[in-house]
Write a protein that binds this ligand. Structure first.
Ligand code: ADP
Ligand code: ADP
Ligand code: ZN
Length: 210
């Protein structure tokens, strides 16, 4: 069997990064995430400016920049879990043209919960592992369990930018979810349980689909 091609949708803070890591490890597929790719290239000059200004404001980076990142990453991948893309309908159409997906899963989480998840999120500056000060703290405060790296708060995980990101989600990304739903392709996963509970549901959906 060829490796699965999975699209993981959900609002900012829904747990896409956390669950993508499980998928990548369990199914030995690439984790393709536009957020990480853009953070690693924040000051890259493009004809549309640098990603930084858009990201710090919580706005979407222009489509041509992200489309190119995704096209290159999917070309190199056998199977993948794609996280953080597509975030608007034009990106969804672009994705349709470049690949066929085995599963489109939505992590469903209420907006109220998302603000708490995002403002409490901490990430490892070395390996990118995800923590939460309350919901999944590291063994030693500020230090990554996996690699000993320093845990930091992302610039855009402050309350004001989080609210803007949730507005951008409602306006631009919700239509993407409706689009896959209308096509009958969307599998909804309750994203409000513990990370292990969400993973059990997600893994069951993957086993059904591939
Ligand atoms: P996304 O990639 O969708 O923005 P993350 O995976 O980074 O989301 O998760 C956002 C924050 O919420 C992180 O701090 C993470 O540790 C925490 N988190 C992830 N899944 C859960 C969950 N099921 N319950 C509580 N907190 C969670
Ligand atoms: P989240 O925790 O909200 O899921 P990400 O790490 O996916 O955050 O994205 C962080 C920021 O990177 C977004 O607010 C946006 O500025 C930019 N970004 C990521 N993916 C895309 C995309 N597909 N299209 C446009 N901008 C993107
Ligand atoms: Zn680490």
């Amino acid at each position: 069997m060829s490796q699965p091609k999975i699209l993981l949708l959900g609002p900012p803070g829904a747990g896409k990064g956390t669950q993508s890591k499980n998928i990548a490890e369990t199914y030995d597929v690439d984790h393709v995430t536009t957020g990480d790719a853009l953070r690693a290239n924040k000051d890259m000059e493009t004809e549309h400016g640098t990603p930084r200004s858009f990201m710090e404001a919580g706005e979407l980076v222009p489509d041509p920049v992200v489309n190119e990142i995704v096209q290159a990453a999917l070309e190199d991948a056998d199977g993948f879990v794609l996280d953080g893309y597509p975030r608007n309908l034009s990106q969804a159409e672009y994705l349709d043209d470049i690949t066929d997906l085995d599963l489109v899963a939505l992590l469903d989480v209420d907006h109220g919960e998302l603000v708490d998840r995002l403002t409490g999120r901490r990430v490892c500056s070395e390996c990118g592992a995800n923590y939460h000060v309350e919901f999944s703290p590291p063994e030693e405060e500020g230090v990554c369990d996996e690699c000993g790296g320093e845990l930091i708060q992302r610039d855009d995980d402050n309350e004001e930018t989080v609210k803007e990101r949730l507005n951008v989600f409602d306006e631009n990304t919700q239509p993407v979810i409706d689009y896959y739903d209308d096509e009958g392709e969307l599998v909804r996963i309750d994203g409000e349980g513990t990370p292990d509970e969400v993973w059990a549901d997600l893994q069951a959906a993957i086993e059904d689909a591939v």
